[in-house]
Write a protein that binds this ligand. Structure first.
Ligand code: SF4
Length: 392
């Protein structure tokens, strides 16, 4: 932080140069023990956002160079120094790198791809509120994230870094929620709600908690993974006042589970916040059963329960990330029965156009007759389950 305030007096070109050399120095520091590294505001201020900055740190491929040049405006490149440090800089196929650095493939649009793949905009009664299912609603409070995932399904609205939802708009949403007594669960998402100031986020959570029919509040966030130092005592102490409150985290690869992430998830779990993880199935990143199993098992070790495995949505420019559905089914086949049930998420396809999440699984029920069901287990052994006799 001090370094930055000194830089503030320097001419713009020097500022950029200073930032680059400071970044290179801190990223390369093996102990990562510097005060700057653990300061989430420093991490945000020093996100890698330009071709010049990143070129000093890594040898880019031609496709990446072109991708970065074209990824301007919404969902432009932004990588925290922390997340960047997880990249294997000698490996163009590094799974962390593919998630964070734009490639030219993002700009080839397939005819089946959709601007709003989950049909959220058509289910929005007030600005920022999505009411798609009878008993739950989604509140989109900000368009900012710590790092912009290149496969983001909300790319239509994420990354302009506009001010968060105003209190005025929030009150409109609350008015709607008050009028819908069937809604018992509100998911606060974005962008990433943990990008907001703690006191602003608290105001929103507090108002929601005051509605008697809202039984649970959930926060959808990737910040504990891409900016784990944001999870500090101030944030955790605020969150734990509003139980039952759940966090839906977003992990993509076992390499994301670092000592920093172990700490951030540990603090949240110690505060009694149930942690779940949603993972998007991504080509060349986590589409091998061995990688997915490792991720799921590592998550349980840090008290994060794998929750959903998503087939990658048909968001514009994501064809290079998508796998055939059979790849996900095969992964589920390799998980169920082969590891702890807690480590097995539900594989779902969010139906294009707003049909909601549809579970997809290997077939274990081979046939169903009047008096018996024939099943196969994870070892492909066949079993019969006798149905109950008719009760007169
Ligand atoms: S954190 Fe979530 S909302 Fe933000 S860019 Fe990644 S996928 Fe999109």
């Amino acid at each position: 932080m001090e370094g930055l305030s000194n830089c503030a007096q320097a001419p713009v070109s020097n500022l950029a140069e200073n930032k680059r050399s400071e970044l290179a120095e801190v990223i390369d520091e093996p102990s990562r023990s510097s005060e700057l590294w653990g300061d989430w505001k420093w991490q945000l201020k020093n996100r890698i956002t330009t071709l010049e900055e990143i070129s000093e740190l890594i040898q880019l491929t031609k496709r990446e160079e072109e991708g970065i040049k074209r990824a301007t405006g919404r969902l432009a490149m932004a990588i925290t120094p922390y997340f960047f440090s997880l990249i294997d800089r000698n490996d163009p196929k590094c799974p962390i790198r593919k998630q964070a650095i734009p490639r030219i493939e993002e700009f080839s649009v397939s005819s089946c791809e959709l601007v709003d793949p989950c049909g959220e905009d058509s289910h929005s009664p007030t600005s920022g509120l999505v009411h798609r299912y009878p008993d739950r609603a989604l509140l989109i409070v900000t368009d900012s994230c710590a790092m912009y995932c290149r496969y983001c399904t909300r790319r239509r609205m994420v990354g302009e870094e506009l001010p968060p939802m105003s209190m005025e708009r929030f009150k409109e949403a609350v008015k709607y929620l008050k009028s819908k007594k069937t809604i018992r669960d509100v998911l606060i998402s974005g962008g990433d709600p943990l990008m907001m100031k703690t006191e602003v986020l608290e105001q929103y959570i507090k108002e929601l908690r005051a509605l008697p029919h809202i039984e649970i509040i959930r926060l959808g966030t990737r910040v504990p993974v891409t900016l784990p130092m944001r999870v500090n005592a101030e944030l955790v102490n605020m969150l734990k006042k509003y139980h039952p409150l759940y966090l839906s985290l977003h992990f993509s690869h076992p390499r994301e589970i670092t000592p920093e992430v172990v700490k951030s998830c540990g603090m949240l779990a110690d505060a009694g916040i149930p942690l779940g993880s949603q993972t998007v199935l991504l080509r060349g990143i986590n589409d091998r059963p061995v990688v997915m199993k490792k991720l799921m098992q590592e998550l349980l070790k840090i008290r994060v329960r794998p929750y959903y495995l998503y087939q990658c949505d048909l968001a514009i420019g994501t064809n290079h990330f998508r796998t055939p559905v059979s790849v996900g089914i095969n992964i589920m086949e390799e998980l169920r029965g082969h590891t702890t049930g807690y480590a097995v998420p539900t594989f779902v396809i969010d139906a294009p156009g707003g049909g909601g999440k549809i579970p997809v699984a290997p077939t274990y029920l081979i046939s169903q007759a009047k008096n018996k069901a024939t099943l196969r287990n994870y070892e492909n052994k066949i079993f019969n389950y006798m149905e109950p006799a008719t009760i007169p």
